[in-house]
Design a protein around this ligand. Structure first.
Ligand code: ATP
Ligand code: MG
Length: 326
């Protein structure tokens, strides 16, 4: 029997309600994450990546409505709402964000914050043991001088250290799934590489599964086992990382690959895909990418392509690959 994935998302459809309009942020997204797997969600700003992460973490804002869909975690259905940092003792899904400083209350020492979470999630209430556990977590995320970090306020730590603190806090609940939403975007390139390495190490050591969110396909290529490409709220392609990079099918994915900066051509102009994302208040009923696609034909402006399995483990939503053309 095939092992059940750790997480299954089925037909997830999410709107945001505004005073005078409805934003159709995510439409019909289905995917799974296996145990110990790192799955990346990649796409431009506004493609719905964070919305999916928040839905899985049970932390969508008040004005979000899940119109349709199921999320199954450890074979249990979850679609609840919870606090921003976690969904509670049983769920063990933790989410970290781009800006570590905003995740930490500036008025509390980081030691106090992590102690609280250790107490609540692991049920330890002896303060010496709590501190031991906190220091162990700080060492696990390779923070130098864990004792000093424990006694520091957030503003006394650098951005890279803060992101490590936030990762340690996320790990303190012993999660089975870590959702990392652009965790390195605000860091410089060296720190970015260090944090990515740390996450890869943690996966190896703890068997942690991860949903890694980034707009940067280059970063996704470095960390992920599998990549899902999103465009304007829809999944347009999904494949194992190497397959996606070597054999991109969707014109949007091919465009993204051309936009990956290549360091050896230092002064070449960074490419970007011309055009903008469609209006999510009224997204087209036909192919979502047609307006920006250089290969669009009449059909693309009439019918939305299904997400089909083009080859084993490689799904794409594009009329170029429809069954009768294969
Ligand atoms: N609370 C909200 N209320 C209304 N609209 C929202 C809200 N949060 C997000 N949106 C809209 O939903 C769409 C998807 O947003 P989301 O943040 O999921 O995209 P993203 O792919 O994470 O983008 P980015 O790369 O900029 O983080 C966007 O059009 C965004 O403006
Ligand atoms: Mg986002």
């Amino acid at each position: 029997m095939r092992e059940q994935p750790l997480l299954q998302v089925e037909n997830l459809t999410i709107d945001y309600i505004l005073a005078d309009s409805i934003i159709k942020a995510v439409r019909n997204a289905s995917f799974a994450i296996g145990k110990g797997e790192i799955l990346c969600l990649v796409g431009e700003s506004g493609s719905g990546k964070t919305t999916i992460g928040l839905a899985i973490a049970g932390a969508l804002p008040e004005n979000a409505v899940i119109r349709e869909g199921r999320i199954i975690f450890k074979e249990k259905r979850i679609l609840g709402r919870g606090s921003k940092i976690s969904t509670g003792k049983e769920d063990k899904i933790m989410m970290i964000f781009q800006d570590p400083a905003s995740a930490l209350n500036p008025l509390f020492k980081v030691g106090e914050v992590i102690s609280d979470i250790i107490k609540n999630h692991l049920g330890i209430d002896n303060s010496v043991k709590i501190k031991e556990k906190a220091l162990e977590l700080f060492r696990m995320v390779e923070l130098p001088d864990p004792e000093r970090v424990f006694d520091s306020y957030p503003h006394e730590l650098s951005g890279g250290m803060l992101q490590r603190v936030v990762i340690a806090i996320a790990l303190s609940a012993n999660p089975a799934l870590l959702i990392a939403d652009e965790p390195t975007t605000m860091l410089d390139v060296t720190l970015q590489a260090q944090i990515l390495n740390l996450l890869l190490n943690l996966r190896r050591r703890l068997g942690l599964s991860m949903l890694f969110i980034t707009h940067n396909l280059g970063v996704a290529a470095e960390v992920s086992d599998r990549i899902i490409v999103m465009y304007a709220g829809e999944i347009v392609e999904e494949a194992k990382t190497r397959e996606l990079l070597n054999n991109p099918l969707h014109p949007y994915t091919r465009g993204l690959i051309e936009c990956i900066p290549r360091t050896h051509i230092r002064y070449s102009k960074l490419k970007s895909i011309p055009g903008t994302i469609p209006d999510l208040r009224n997204p087209p009923k036909w192919c979502i990418f047609a307006d920006r696609c250089t290969e669009a034909v009449d059909l693309c402006y009439k019918i939305k392509p299904d997400l089909i399995e083009f080859s084993k483990d490689h799904r794409v939503s594009c009329h170029l690959y429809r069954a009768d053309k294969k």
